[in-house]
Design a protein around this ligand. Structure first.
Ligand code: URA
Length: 238
């Protein structure tokens, strides 16, 4: 790994900020001062210090992405841009992947990490991790739909869903549209869209707002990401 990337990953700022630190000749690799950010180091073996303090390498990284429309939840694709392509070069580490999938036209919270164990915990059907979506629906959702979802709706004719919380936020009788929040504890393929279809309506836009205890940062623009804070990571682990 390049020294500038290592320093950026371990909390010394953007590549520009790291350049400034390197210029000050306060960074040492195995005891020798080093100014060249391009220098290749072994993050598991070489001892890097800044102002005499040894810097420990973080094995795992955790990013919160506000996924925009039009990119796919995969690590690579020959045709389309992926969510991993949205992570800037300096923040790329080997083995990054999205935790679960959002459809190409779905926006909102997506966790990007290289921590397979955490991902497994969050996606395991046994854990029933809640996921909150906001959707604009063509058609008027009703109190009966709330009841059907709360007891477990059947989708595509024979797939039974676990009970889900449907909240009707706004109904617009004129345009026959409804704004809803829907909390589900599973991750079936196109689940929200198929649940809404099962009661005779259609999802027009879909945005994920939370997963487990983690809420999408409202300051994060579509296509932007940031590292999770220690508190956010702890709440996710809980
Ligand atoms: N449900 C869907 O239908 N699509 C998504 O992207 C996520 C949940």
């Amino acid at each position: 790994m390049r020294l500038d990337k290592f320093l950026s990953h371990t909390g010394f700022g953007s590549r520009k900020e790291v350049k400034e630190i390197l210029k000050k000749k306060v960074v040492c690799v195995n005891g020798k001062p080093e100014k060249n950010g391009k220098k290749s180091i072994d993050e598991n073996k070489d001892a890097v210090s800044v102002y005499g303090e040894v810097v420990n390498y973080k094995k795992f990284v955790y990013y919160m992405l506000n996924k925009p429309k039009g990119v796919i939840s995969a690590t690579e694709d020959n045709l389309h841009r992926t969510v991993i392509d949205l992570i800037s070069e300096v923040d790329q580490v080997p083995g990054l992947f999205p935790v679960g999938r959002l459809d190409k036209d779905t926006t909102g919270l997506l966790i990007i990490t290289n921590d397979g164990e955490l991902s497994h915990q969050l996606l395991s059907p046994k854990k029933k991790v809640p996921k909150l979506y906001q959707a604009k629906v063509a058609g008027l959702m009703t109190a009966e739909d709330v009841l059907v979802f709360s007891t477990g709706v059947t989708i595509s004719g024979n797939e039974h869903c676990l009970p889900a919380k449907l909240m009707i936020l706004e109904t617009d009788v004129e345009s026959e549209t409804t704004l809803i929040n829907l909390e589900i504890v599973e991750g079936k393929f196109h689940q929200v869209k198929r649940m809404v279809e099962a009661v005779g309506k259609k999802v027009v836009t879909l945005d994920r707002q939370s997963m487990g205890g983690l809420f999408l940062d409202s300051q994060l623009k579509k296509g932007s990401y940031r590292e999770l804070t220690d508190e956010e990571l702890a709440s996710l682990r809980n």
